[in-house]
Ligand binder design. Structure first.
Ligand SMILES: [Zn+2]
Length: 347
């Protein structure tokens, strides 16, 4: 039965795998400055198709004992889970190699937030992340921001995803759109179809590009929202486009620039910002990243990110040459912490 189940899951997988192979960008091949950032594949458009098997498949796995094979890609199992593991809440492993026990769903609607892309079922997190998002949304109006449009958190039991992110695995990562919540409830259809708006002035991958935010889109309210998030003690890092980091460095004219240290330049992240919490106290086996380098990060490191070097290929591309496709083996179940099997098996 488990084999049939996996086959069915596989059928859902063929196209996202092809899609990832077709976009070999941002796999980390470009040398980076001082920090070795956590992985996140952001140049890959996240498909909106539901990446979970039909109800029948899931109910069949519930009745049967789920057979867990170490050599199977972990994302097949985690991508098929439709509810959280009924265990004590715990973030297990590291941001890009782990899972989540006792995940809590962020309700799809709150007074000052709305969850987007409901079909993905990725609004699950450690209760501390859910609480953080509620707190941030509460503060939003006083910052001149009506409310949050919330993108992906984690899958119900965390773990690797069938498409999109490399991190977001332990219920401590959340994407928040840089588009303000409208003054009405969006329909489920709108939440699938509405696109976030990029803050970029233009393309980043051309020589001598102006790598700034578009002043017609970027506002101080966005800067205040990110500052509020970055100042929260629970937050380890916030990832934004280097263009946004630059805007934030210029925005802060006060004495306290310590929050800027938490805001890290990274690929993508011009449609949304990505909040990452530190390991909660209850989560034994949760691995924090090293803290960011000291300082506000507005100097040399940012200059590098805003230069041509990370963005423009050294030699002009030969138009006849086929782009190199980086084929990465999906992470096997055996690569995750052992407790993640307990998380998968819990009923
Ligand atoms: Zn993210």
């Amino acid at each position: 039965m488990a084999r049939v189940f996996l086959q069915l899951v596989r059928q859902h997988l063929i196209w996202p795998i092809t899609l990832i192979a077709a976009f070999p960008v941002a796999t980390g091949a470009i040398p980076l400055p001082s920090e070795k950032p956590a992985t996140e594949i952001l140049a890959v458009p996240v498909p909106t198709q539901k990446a979970t098997p039909s109800k029948n498949n899931v109910s069949s796995h519930k009745k049967q004992q789920l057979v867990l094979r170490d050599d199977e890609p972990a994302k097949l199992y985690f991508g098929a889970m439709t509810d959280s593991a009924p265990l004590a809440a715990r973030a297990i492993g590291s941001y890009a190699k782990g899972c989540l026990a006792g995940g809590e769903a962020l309700p799809t609607d709150g007074a000052n937030w709305q969850v987007m892309r409901l079909s993905r079922n990725r609004n699950w997190g450690h209760p501390e992340l859910v609480q953080f998002l509620k707190d941030l949304s509460n503060d939003a109006p006083s910052l001149g921001w009506r409310g949050l449009l919330v993108g992906d958190l984690a899958q119900p039991r965390g773990g690797p995803m069938l498409s999109g992110h490399a991190s977001h695995q332990i219920g401590l990562d959340a994407d928040i759109w840089l588009t303000e919540m409208p003054d009405r409830r969006l329909t489920a259809k709108e939440r699938e179809e509405i696109s976030a708006i990029s803050m970029l002035k233009g393309p980043l991958d051309v020589k001598d590009a102006d790598r700034s935010v578009d002043p017609r889109k970027w506002t101080d309210s966005r800067a205040r929202l990110i500052r509020r998030a970055a100042s929260d003690k629970r937050v380890a890092r916030i990832f934004v486009s280097p263009t946004i980091k630059k805007a934030l460095c210029e925005f802060e004219t006060g004495k306290d620039r310590s929050w800027l240290r938490t805001v890290r330049p990274w690929w993508g992240h011009h449609y949304h910002f990505h909040v990452r919490l530190t390991c909660p106290k209850d989560s034994s086996g949760c691995k924090n990243q090293n803290p960011p380098p000291p300082g506000d990060g507005c100097g040399k490191e940012l200059t590098y990110w805003l230069s041509d070097e990370p963005w423009v290929p050294k030699k002009p591309e030969d138009p006849n040459k086929k782009p190199k496709v980086v084929k990465k083996r999906p992470m096997a179940l055996s690569a995750l912490p052992k407790s993640c099997k307990t998380v998968l098996a819990a009923q």
